[in-house]
Design a protein around this ligand. Sequence first.
Ligand code: ADP
Ligand code: MG
Length: 240
Amino acid sequence: MSEVILITSGKGGTGKSTFTVNLGAVLAQQGYKVALLDMDMGMRNLDLYMGLENNVVYDVSDVVNGVCRIKQALIKDKRFAELYLMPSPPHRDDGTVTPLHMRVLCERLKERFDYILIDSPPGIDDGFVLAAAGADKAVILTLPEFAAVRDADMADTALMALGIRKRLCVVNKVVAELMGTGLVPSISEIAQMLKPEIAGFIQYDENIMVATNNGLPIVCKKDSYISENFRNIANRIMEY
Ligand SMILES: Nc1ncnc2c1ncn2[C@@H]1O[C@H](COP(=O)(O)OP(=O)(O)O)[C@@H](O)[C@H]1O
Ligand SMILES: [Mg+2]
């Protein structure tokens, strides 16, 4: 059965967009049909992170406002036959996209795709509520920093209020040498502060940042420890 997964965090810069692209690529590698929906309206990133910025014509707002058909706003990825991106509008939404629009769009995409991954904006206000409207499951990205963990907990509470029962956390940008020193929250402190289970930890690694900057999901390099970690995290998310 198809599933809509929201990637969110509360705090900005936690790696939501990077994670969305790499989770999408890992699922496409496994043969699933995947659509990525950029809902960070006015701050779109996914087109750049996938190296598709020159292919953007239509966006989510055009689809729900009837300017184009769903198919016309889906950009096919360069590397995977069944990975597509629907970009976000280049401007902040002025209220034309509603939660109902999002629910209908997600239902329509479920007819064609196995997984629909939604990249959320930071925060827990209107843009977040829109991004979450059609979601079945949520992955909350956080960092080994007290502020990011508290924001993740606030996002989790907001998701619960929206009725999203299936929620998991991922801790990103982990610096192994700092964990357990008392200088940053430890794994057990992070786990205690968060209600959902932790689906995995992703190390801070410059290669991730460099690949992202070059429009390449890092998991395309299949034999690295990063790809293996992403595959494990993807499996936990799918099975949850
Ligand atoms: N595990 C990681 N290691 C190193 N850099 C990362 C990692 N995850 C994300 N980044 C970098 O952090 C920055 C913010 O990531 P991004 O995905 O845009 O965050 P968000 O969408 O939450 O704002 C980007 O420069 C990205 O390349
Ligand atoms: Mg982002």
